[in-house]
Design a protein around this ligand. Structure first.
Ligand SMILES: C[S@@+](CC[C@H](N)C(=O)[O-])C[C@H]1O[C@@H](n2cnc3c(N)ncnc32)[C@H](O)[C@@H]1O
Length: 253
């Protein structure tokens, strides 16, 4: 379908506000983004680490927002791309962006906590910029590991605090206290109210915590191409036996 620039501008305005800045037939969706030209500036830092040809691959983009990464996966020839988000307003943006980009992508309203309902494993799972928006971040990682991670997970989280990685023992006596005052000890900072004016920023990990959570959920990091971005494989058995709370997929068994 052909759209005039004026029509695209009108639709972009009607679907806003946008978090993803994208050029839709030359018209930008969020030119004043507080992070700059986002997520293009982030994508450029790790795009080369993803195979240029994703033919035949099934991709799940969790928390897809307006579909920037879903569209990039489709542009690399992924066979099936499914974008999920629990926010219907963002999904409407994603459907419009994919239409303008002429990309055949499926978008579904679904929470990360319900990925079990998909009953499908994906070659690539994108889990970018969602962890810190969750009240139950480790549960989400456990559910992804259990239900949808078939091979590679591309993960990103905002991080705050120390970027050092501590040398930790397997165990410590109960009397140990000062360990917890070390800035590089894995820490998940709880935001009760707001961070960056956003009441959905709940838990912000430091680097050591990010990496420990991924390991604990049964993911092995195979590449760390950018400070916040990790390429992981579903490798190890998750600690604690995996997801403790059943997804919708399991509830109906
Ligand atoms: C900061 S944006 C990240 C968007 C995109 N993945 C990226 O990296 O640019 C967070 C997205 O996660 C979505 N989200 C938050 N909680 C979610 C949940 N429980 N299930 C699915 N999506 C969720 C939000 O609606 C939003 O689109």
């Amino acid at each position: 379908m052909l759209h005039s620039n004026a029509e695209i501008r009108r639709r972009i305005d009607a679907l806003g506000p946008w978090f993803h800045n994208m050029e839709l037939a030359g018209v930008e969706t969020a030119p004043d983004h507080f992070l700059g030209n986002y997520p293009l500036i982030k994508w450029r830092k790790f795009a080369d680490a993803i195979p240029a040809d994703l033919s035949g691959k099934a991709v799940l983009d969790i928390g897809c927002n307006a579909g920037f990464y879903s569209i990039e996966m489709k542009r690399r020839g992924a066979g099936r791309v499914l974008g999920i988000d629990f926010d219907e307003a963002y999904l409407a943006q994603a459907r419009f962006a994919a239409e303008i980009a002429d990309c055949d992508i499926e978008f579904q309203q679904l929470s990360v906590y319900d990925v079990g309902a998909l009953r499908e494993k994906f070659d690539i799972v994108l889990f970018m910029g969602v962890l810190y928006h969750l009240r139950h971040p480790l549960l989400a990682l456990d559910l992804i590991r259990e239900h949808v991670a078939g091979d590679l997970m591309i993960f990103q989280s905002m991080q705050r605090g120390s970027t050092e990685l501590p040398a930790l023992d397997e165990n410590y006596p109960f009397s140990t206290h000062d360990l917890f005052d070390r800035p590089e000890f894995p820490k998940l900072h709880f935001v009760e109210h707001r961070y960056a004016d956003d009441p959905t920023n709940w838990w912000i990990p430091n680097r050591a915590c990010t990496e420990a959570m991924l390991r604990s959920a049964g993911f092995e990091t195979v590449l760390h191409p950018e400070q916040e971005v990790y390429f992981c494989r579903a490798a190890n058995e998750p600690a604690g036996g995996g997801a403790v709370y059943p997804s919708k997929g399991q509830l109906h068994d």
